[in-house]
Design a protein around this ligand. Structure first.
Ligand code: ADP
Length: 251
């Protein structure tokens, strides 16, 4: 009896490393189209949680469902990506020596080799998709520029664009604004907010100003601590939560 609006459903997840519980009875429910920020002190289990969702780490117990029918714990990493979960790591990994557009071409779901893909003539649908993604991530003017000459922020957006080429339903984004200028942060918040609705977006972030920007007044923020959810609610609610304050003061 899973709520139909829930796209990502994690329940009772636990993982231990050498007897240490990195994830401890974690429950997390992400609605279809929701933008959710996940915060928590170092070692709270944020990375391990993302690793479980993407199939990099197998939990000792619990369940993880994507939509109504996909049991994530039965799939390996490539199958999970193919099922529609895209993950963006903190550091951008774009092909610096290729153009922005070529980076997007290589990110298309396609079995062909790099060289064949770059030499292939794109069909109309592929052209349209690339155009659409360039506009979405604000890099239309930079389409023919070498990715290596983009700013740090632009590289991050290109990498988000590369994920979008695979048409994911859920985007997992790890500390997207580390090292960005204020302007780039604002633009990144706009981009992630614009992607929600048509995608679910889970953002793990340390920068509280950025979390406040993303969460606004109404979106839910989840605080992880010692591998489980310590608090969940609006930014105002979690910031005024006694347990949350204690955990952050104790860091
Ligand atoms: P966060 O991302 O919130 O900082 P992590 O998920 O990286 O937290 O880590 C949670 C805890 O699990 C930490 O104490 C970390 O040292 C430990 N941990 C994570 N991965 C491993 C691993 N592969 N082997 C041993 N311990 C790990």
């Amino acid at each position: 009896n899973v709520d139909k609006d829930i796209l990502l459903y994690l329940e009772g997840l636990s993982v231990s490393f050498d007897g240490f519980k990195a994830i401890n009875e974690l429950n997390l429910y992400i609605r279809d189209g929701e933008l959710r920020c996940i915060i928590g002190p170092n070692g709270a289990g944020k990375t391990t949680m993302m690793d479980i969702i993407t199939g990099k780490t197998q939990p000792d117990s619990g369940s993880a469902w994507f939509g109504q029918t996909i049991n994530l714990l039965e799939l390996d990493e490539p199958a999970i990506a193919q099922a529609g979960i895209g993950r963006k790591f903190q550091k951008p990994t774009v092909f610096e020596f290729l153009s922005v557009e070529e980076n997007l071409i290589l990110a298309m779901p396609d079995e062909r080799s790099v060289i064949s893909l770059l030499l292939a003539k794109l069909n109309g649908e592929q052209r349209d998709r690339i155009e659409e993604v360039l506009i979405q991530v604000g890099l239309k003017e930079q389409a023919l520029i070498r990715a290596g000459s983009l700013s740090h922020g632009q590289k991050q957006w290109l990498e988000i664009g590369m994920l979008l080429m695979q048409k994911p339903r859920l985007l997992l984004v790890d500390e997207p604004v580390a090292g960005m200028t204020h302007q780039e942060m604002d633009r990144t918040a706009e981009l992630l907010i614009s992607l929600s609705g048509s995608h679910s977006v889970v953002v793990v972030e340390h920068d509280m100003d950025f979390v406040r920007q993303l969460a606004g007044k109404d979106r839910t923020v989840t605080v992880l601590h010692q591998g489980s959810v310590l608090a969940e609610g609006s930014m105002d609610q979690v910031q005024n939560n006694r347990k949350v304050i204690e955990v952050y003061l104790g860091e």
